[in-house]
Design a protein around this ligand. Structure first.
Ligand code: NAD
Ligand code: DAU
Length: 350
């Protein structure tokens, strides 16, 4: 019998890459994509698979207990891959409570309904929770890297809400025997990322010759991974990961923000045939993010060694592909920044 997999947050950035991958590669699975379509959720990200007969989209909220119960009753899911979340640190600083509601209560709701639905018969079942390296806190520039046993020390409302959700998933495993797996990934970049996050925001600003607001002095360090490499890691963990385990995912690819921004400016100038160096003039240093984590860096050796995963792209190749995608898809950028698509989908689905 074919497996039914619930993917939450599948209309967002990483979720849409994962949905496209699983729908296309596994015709034996029925993929049900549950997404509330907030500002970052966009069905245009999924046009490529919308007519596949092993794919179903459902609009709904992971915090809505009766609705989630009815969904599990209808589809009898074998696996849950949980990505739905409020995901942007700056928004969490301005408006933390929605992060607690979605990321904490939403995760607990899914866990509780999965437990009720599976009713202690966990054979063939899996709750896969997609999380972030930010749960480990912040590293000094010379402090080593996050491993799976680094103690949790989240520092922003976003990372604290994700850490809470990780703890809840482990609590359901420990207390009720739920089969779970968790992965904690570093910063993703690539096509379909909402242009509030550093890379797509700055590409969009360069296109429109707008200022590039660098927080603080631009010395914070992030460890970047191409989004399709994250999707391939999730696919591998889903199929080969050991239940109860945690896997860190990352590309061993640390960049200070300012060096990355300069590289993006120069690559984009070249592609737009502008004098190389001209977009660097758009860089401006602005007030730092409150509580700004200095450095994230992931030790991905466990997934590499145990499951044989490795990233497929070198960073400069991935960044170049990403810039090309945004340059080719300015309609997408214009739509998601104008809010037109939200109005459209509100009419379609409410
Ligand atoms: P995103 O903001 O692009 O997408 C999140 C999706 O969740 C959206 O489609 C949104 O509509 C949906 N959603 C939000 N609230 C919901 C609710 N209440 N009910 C149902 N759906 C809801 O985020 P992303 O960058 O794709 O991140 C996906 C997951 O991966 C998150 O859990 C995030 O914490 C994690 N993660 C992200 C990164 C990264 O660099 N972006 C890195 C590591 C882990
Ligand atoms: O590490 C994984 C996390 O990476 C994910 O869990 C989050 O969902 C994702 O949003 C991302 O968090 P960051 O805060 O690291 O990403 P962001 O793109 O917002 O910022 C990257 C760096 O760039 C960070 O040091 C802040 C800085 N920045 C960001 C923006 C939006 C700027 O200097 N200026 C900006 O305008």
């Amino acid at each position: 019998m074919r497996k039914t997999i619930l993917i939450t947050g599948g209309a967002g950035f990483i979720g849409s890459h994962l949905v496209r991958r699983l729908v296309k590669q596994y015709s034996q699975y029925h993929i049900v994509n549950l997404d509330v379509l907030n500002y970052a959720g966009n069905l245009q990200n999924l046009v490529e698979v919308e007519s596949f007969d092993n794919y179903t989209f459902v609009k709904g909220d992971i915090t809505d207990l009766p609705f989630i119960r009815s969904l599990f009753e209808k589809y009898n899911f074998d696996h849950v891959i949980h990505l739905a979340a409020e995901s942007h640190v700056d928004r969490s600083i301005k408006d933390p409570l929605i992060f607690i509601k979605t990321n904490v209560l939403g995760t607990a709701t899914l866990l509780q309904v999965a437990k009720e639905s599976w009713d202690n018969d966990y054979d063939g079942k899996l709750f896969y929770h997609v999380s972030t390296d930010e749960v480990y806190g912040s590293l000094a520039l010379d402090q080593g890297i996050f491993t799976e046993s680094t103690p949790y020390d989240p520092k922003s409302p976003y990372s604290a809400s994700k850490a809470s959700s990780d703890h809840l998933v482990r609590a359901w495993a420990h207390t009720y025997g739920m089969p779970i797996v968790i992965s904690n990934c570093s910063n993703n970049y690539g096509p379909f990322q909402f242009p509030e996050k550093l890379i797509p925001l700055f590409i969009n600003n360069i296109i429109h010759r707008r200022n590039l607001p660098v927080y603080g002095q631009g010395l914070n360090v992030r460890d970047w991974l191409y989004v399709e490499d994250h999707a391939s890691a999730i696919d591998l963990i889903l199929h080969k990961g050991i239940q109860g385990e945690t896997y860190n995912i990352g590309g061993h690819n640390e960049w200070s923000n300012i060096k990355l921004i300069e590289l993006m400016c120069d690559m984009t100038d070249e592609k737009l045939e502008r004098p190389v160096g001209s977009s660097r003039n758009l860089i401006c240093f602005v007030e730092d993010r409150a509580g700004h984590d200095l450095r994230y860096a992931i030790d991905a050796s466990k997934i590499e060694k145990d499951l044989g995963w490795k990233p497929s792209l070198q960073f400069e190749e991935g960044l170049s592909k990403t810039i090309d995608w945004y340059l080719m898809n300015t309609d997408w950028l214009d739509q998601v920044t104008s809010g037109e698509y939200l109005e459209y989908y509100d009419k379609m689905y409410t």
